[in-house]
Design a binder for this molecule. Structure first.
Ligand code: PHE
Length: 336
């Protein structure tokens, strides 16, 4: 019996394991349920009692040897795998740069705008991009055929051939969302409304046929023009830093009275210029009445800012078109 055990021992010692196949062969031959080690234990029954202790000890040693041989071979096989390089992997070559994803400059600017207004106590609302004439114009105090509609070159969308069916428009501004909000709920309302808008405009470095706006609306008892200007100045400072150069000038919109516009100074190669970033004003009482808000009791201010222009200023981009071309070389400049 001891002889048999020694034979098994030397077979284990002489086994050569240099790859995964041989490792598996070793396991099957020695360590599996029908393997030789297990069979050897099966012979224990025929060992005379006085020899059992000695034989058992030898058997256990062989079993441990087989297991240790297997474990050792497995470890060194895996280690050498890690160390193997094929000829195609020249480890002296410089590594390929990996590019991480990043937010689009418009998304970034929008995040920042939202953050600022959330801090100032505004919540966020939205509305559809395809609007009807009532929400986009009429309720906002643009009378039918009023020349003020020319301020916004409109993309009209006919939804059916029925001539009685009203035309729809790709919204030319986010102001129709003001109308939806005021129709939906009672003041106080303090919301911003981000969204994409469309205008049939000539494409230049400063304007595009689609762009993004953030509308703002604050309606309550005794909201004042002073609060509007304070809010806008606060916004400009939080967005561009407290040394931002801005100016507020009178303007005209059918839906606000009085109306203003805010410009921010844009430093560029050509010496710099003023860039308009938003229109604003006190909500016209006609607008409040169109949505059944009592204009004797409530007043409000509204503003609409161009996210694209704000992004141009914020990131020193000199052509609005680059925001829509998805040129990866441009976008990669914004990885942080
Ligand atoms: N809707 C206007 C525009 O797109 C901006 C604006 C919004 C002006 C709210 C006043 C109040 O030009």
């Amino acid at each position: 019996m001891i002889e048999k055990i020694n034979e098994l021992k030397s077979d284990i010692q002489n086994a050569s394991i240099s790859n995964e196949n041989e490792l598996e062969e070793f396991r099957l031959e020695f360590l599996s349920r029908n393997g030789r080690v297990q069979k050897m234990f099966g012979l224990m029954g025929s060992v005379p009692n006085e020899k059992k202790a000695e034989v058992g000890k030898a058997m256990n040693e062989v079993k441990n040897l087989a297991q240790a041989t297997f474990d050792g071979a497995k470890n060194s096989l895996h280690k050498s795998e890690e160390k193997t390089f094929s000829a195609t992997q020249d480890i002296s070559l410089p590594v390929q740069p990996t590019y991480t994803g990043s937010f689009h400059p418009l998304t970034r600017a929008l995040h920042q705008i939202k953050e600022i207004f959330l801090r100032l106590g505004f919540n966020i609302a939205d509305g559809p991009e395809l609007e009807d004439d009532f929400h986009n114009f009429t309720a906002l105090n643009f009378p039918p055929d009023h020349p003020a509609r020319d301020m916004q070159d409109t993309f009209f969308v006919r939804k059916s051939d029925d001539p009685n069916q009203q035309d729809h428009v790709l919204r030319t501004h986010t102001s129709p969302v003001q109308i939806r909000l005021m129709k939906d709920k009672e003041p106080p309302i303090r919301s911003i409304m981000p969204g994409r808008v469309y205008r049939n405009e000539a494409v230049t470095a400063k304007s595009y046929f689609q762009f993004n706006q953030v509308e703002g609306l604050y309606v309550d008892e005794s909201v004042t023009m002073g609060e509007l200007i304070e809010t806008l100045v606060m916004f400009a400072k939080l967005m561009y830093g407290s040394d931002v150069k801005y100016r507020v000038r009178p303007s005209y919109f059918p839906f606000t009275e009085p109306s203003i516009e805010m410009d921010v100074w844009w430093d560029n190669d050509k010496g710099g210029q003023w860039l308009e970033i938003l229109g604003a004003g006190m909500v016209d009482p006609n607008v409040l009445e169109a949505v059944d808000v009592d204009s004797e009791k409530y007043t409000g201010f509204a503003f609409g800012m161009g996210v694209d222009r704000i992004a141009l200023l914020r990131y020193g981009i000199d052509d609005i078109r680059t925001l829509y071309e998805n040129d990866i070389r441009f976008l990669r400049q914004f990885t942080s």
